[in-house]
Design a protein around this ligand. Structure first.
Ligand code: GDP
Length: 692
């Protein structure tokens, strides 16, 4: 029976695949993902159902719901569009956040409980994670005012990048699809170059140009009227280096695995590099023309060694058997690239000044400094003023991938730029700015700054982990492991996994056998990982690169030393835990109404003390009515910081006036205590055995 991919069905129904997946789930049709197949019969039923549903929805008069609820919902949808709130660190409280969002506090409490299982109380002091969840729910953004202090550090070049990030977030509706940019990776001799040549020669009618082709580092081909860009230089080293420089160009990785050789060490390495970048992977099983090719066995290895399950086996990895030599299967591979591109919504911001990634740069004898770039956003034009990380210029000329002079280049198009003052740093970004003067100014400022900082970027190191993690607000320690044998790798994996704690996730980005190489360092720089070597050496190039990049590399010959170091680092990493300490109680004896100030409580302290810098809870008939800060604390007429029992005092609560005689007050402060991670399992015992 004919089958249809979920993705294709979505197209038929003219709805986003994600939505269709949801609908299917609701209808009880079990599918794994966009690539899964649906029988035609079922597909037809679904089409009928959904079409019917649509009609109904549009015909149905809106049910009169509870009016006020509807009002609130409407208002919230309105507000969702543009909210960006700024908060001072001491304003992380539910009532304040609610007010800033313009959403009733109770509505937030209800939503957060129902949708996210988060129980909140009115006026509660919120943890940062809780604020984030709330903001996520209402699609708002937070700007912590404290952070502003650090902004002087950011140079113009970084601001240019940030501008694009903001555009993407703010004007999501203006983003449009662009052709995918593909990098081919895999083990040496598995056929990467042959595949790239094959695609290029069959798809690009270059002979019409006289046959002279000079590679500019990438080329574009057309498949079914749509374009795909291929980066010419295969391999994961380049890919990761670009990433480490903050200039990721690749949207899709084609992992080439020879059917006569199977998954090899560099296949694994390439896979880990691609995976850590979260780039979708298509596997091309190559050399199927060879008599000793074994496609099934290769697929088996994909599952066993990489955990990639081919979609025909129920997984979600697209696997295409090909022969780069004969061309068999190559067309299907290209179609699959387009399919995966559609599913991953590869987009760009098409208007405005361009942004591009440099994939190659050099000093050409005739043309001077040249840079090959792939345009990411906007339109790059002759005459544009451009900056790269180390230099600037005015675009004098543009050449496309067949060295034809062109006037402008569009997103995903590879193009060579002439006109830079100097050879720009390869693998950095290029931005168009308003004038050459501005470009020059940006670069000069940046140069000065770089000169004043002797060393390059600093990445994670074990000692400074705590600080780094705090800044990044994430609790993942990325680790790259290199060891002398597969046995050691397994033992290390095991030992590291036993160190997993509830608070911090240890993520082994890559583990392999052999010395620590430059590609390990680049990966570490790209993902902010530490590199741990066990009974292996660091090759000299890698050591130098690690120094330049500020990557922490450590080598060990005894496992327990390695584990000990990690443990210590993890302890240091933990943020202090916040514990609440109740310091006193009081009762409201009288309520004073003071014009312009509001209501002030005349409080009898019952035990302990009230501290103005702390917090207070107000209970009425045993139920919490308010929690928050003390706006003013008075003893007789004087402003004081602390009042101790059995004194009396006057308290004005911050942002809360609904106080009554008889209300009970509980005063508390928040203390930070250092905590140790709770290991899932203690690891020390078996380590010496594992070493063997
Ligand atoms: P790379 O190192 O991954 O770039 O591999 P190459 O493209 O240089 O290919 C290595 C060798 O495998 C070359 O001798 C190619 O001719 C050969 N090769 C590549 N693809 C195929 C194929 O599909 N079938 C056969 N039989 N040989 C291939």
């Amino acid at each position: 029976m004919a089958r249809l991919r979920v993705y294709e069905l979505a197209r038929k129904l003219n709805m986003p695949p994600k939505e269709l997946l949801q609908e299917l789930e609701e209808l009880g049709v079990s599918v794994k993902n966009h690539m899964s197949f649906v029988d035609e019969e079922i597909a037809n039923i679904i089409i009928d159902l959904l079409e019917e549903g649509k009609e109904k929805k549009s015909k149905q008069p809106s049910k009169p719901r509870k009016d006020d609820e509807e009002e609130i919902e409407k208002e919230i949808t309105e507000k969702k569009k543009k909210r960006k709130i700024s908060l001072k660190p001491d304003e992380l409280k539910l009532d304040i956040v609610a007010e800033k969002l313009g959403i009733p506090q109770n509505k937030i409490i209800q939503d957060m409980f129902v949708k996210r299982g988060l129980a909140l109380r009115p006026g509660q002091i919120l943890k940062l994670e809780e604020v984030e969840q709330i903001l996520k729910e209402y699609k708002a953004e937070i700007e912590l005012e404290e952070e502003k202090a650090g902004e002087e550090e950011v140079d113009d070049f970084e601001l240019l990048e940030r501008r694009f990030q903001e555009l993407y977030e703010r004007e999501e509706d203006k983003l449009v699809p662009r052709p995918p940019v593909v990098t081919v990776m895999g083990h040496v001799d598995h056929g990467k170059t042959t595949l790239l040549d094959r695609i290029r020669s069959t798809r690009v009618a270059e002979r019409e140009e006289g046959g002279i082709t000079q590679s500019i580092g990438a080329y574009q081909v057309e498949v079914n009227g749509r374009k795909i860009t291929f980066i010419d230089t295969p391999g994961h080293e380049l890919f990761t280096e670009m990433r480490a420089r903050g200039a990721q160009a690749t949207d899709i990785v084609v992992l080439v695995v020879a059917a006569d050789d199977g998954v090899m060490p560099q296949t694994i390495e390439a896979y880990n590099h691609a995976k850590s970048a979260n780039v979708p992977i298509i596997v091309a099983i190559n050399k199927i023309d060879k008599p000793n090719a074994n496609v099934e066995k290769t697929k088996q290895e994909l599952v066993e060694k990489l955990g990639l399950i081919p979609e025909e086996w129920g997984g979600d990895t697209v696997v295409v058997p090909i022969s780069a030599k004969t061309g068999q299967g190559v067309d299907e591979l290209l179609e699959m690239i387009l399919l995966v591109a559609d599913m991953n919504e590869i987009k760009c911001y098409p208007e405005g000044p361009a942004r591009a990634v440099i994939i190659e740069s050099k000093l050409d004898k005739k043309m001077g400094p040249v840079a090959s770039v792939i345009v990411k956003d906007g339109v790059l034009k002759v005459g544009d003023a451009v900056v790269a990380s180390n230099t600037y210029g005015k675009v004098r000329n543009l050449f496309d991938d067949r060295m034809r002079s062109i006037r402008e280049a569009h997103p995903s198009q590879p193009v060579m730029i002439l006109g830079f003052e100097d050879v720009p740093d390869v693998h950095s970004n290029v931005y168009v700015v308003e004038s050459v003067e501005k470009a020059k100014e940006i670069v000069e400022k940046r140069r000065e700054k770089l000169e004043s900082q002797k060393f390059g970027k600093k990445h994670v190191n074990l000692e400074e982990l705590m600080k780094m993690m705090k800044e990044k607000d994430k609790k993942i320690l990325n680790i790259i492991v290199k060891a002398d044998t597969y046995g050691s790798v397994a033992a290390l994996r095991n030992a590291i996994n036993k160190l997993q704690s509830r608070e911090i996730e240890l993520n082994i980005v890559h583990a392999g056998v052999g010395e620590i190489s430059t590609s390990d360092i680049m990966l570490a720089a790209a993902v902010d990982a530490v590199v741990l070597g066990f009974r292996v050496k660091v090759n000299s190039k890698a050591r130098k690169l690690a120094e330049q990049e500020g990557v922490d590399v450590r080598t060990y010959s005894i496992i327990y030393k390695l584990v000990d170091d990690l443990k210590l680092a993890l302890e240091g990493m933990l943020e202090p835990e916040e514990v609440e300490e109740i310091i006193g109680h009081g009762e409201i004896k009288r309520v004073f109404k003071i014009s312009k100030v509001g209501k002030v409580a005349g409080v009898q302290m019952l035990d302990g003390k009230a501290d103005k810098s702390g917090f207070v809870r107000l209970y009425r008939n045993g139920q919490l009515v308010f929690e928050g800060k003390i706006e003013s604390l008075k003893h007789y007429k004087e402003d004081v910081n602390v009042v101790e029992a059995p004194q009396e005092c006057g308290i004005k609560l911050s942002g809360f006036d609904d106080i009554q005689e008889g209300d009970e007050l509980e005063f508390y402060v928040i203390r930070k205590v250092k905590r140790k991670p709770t290991f899932v399992e203690e690891s020390q015992k078996n380590l010496s055995e594992q070493q063997q």
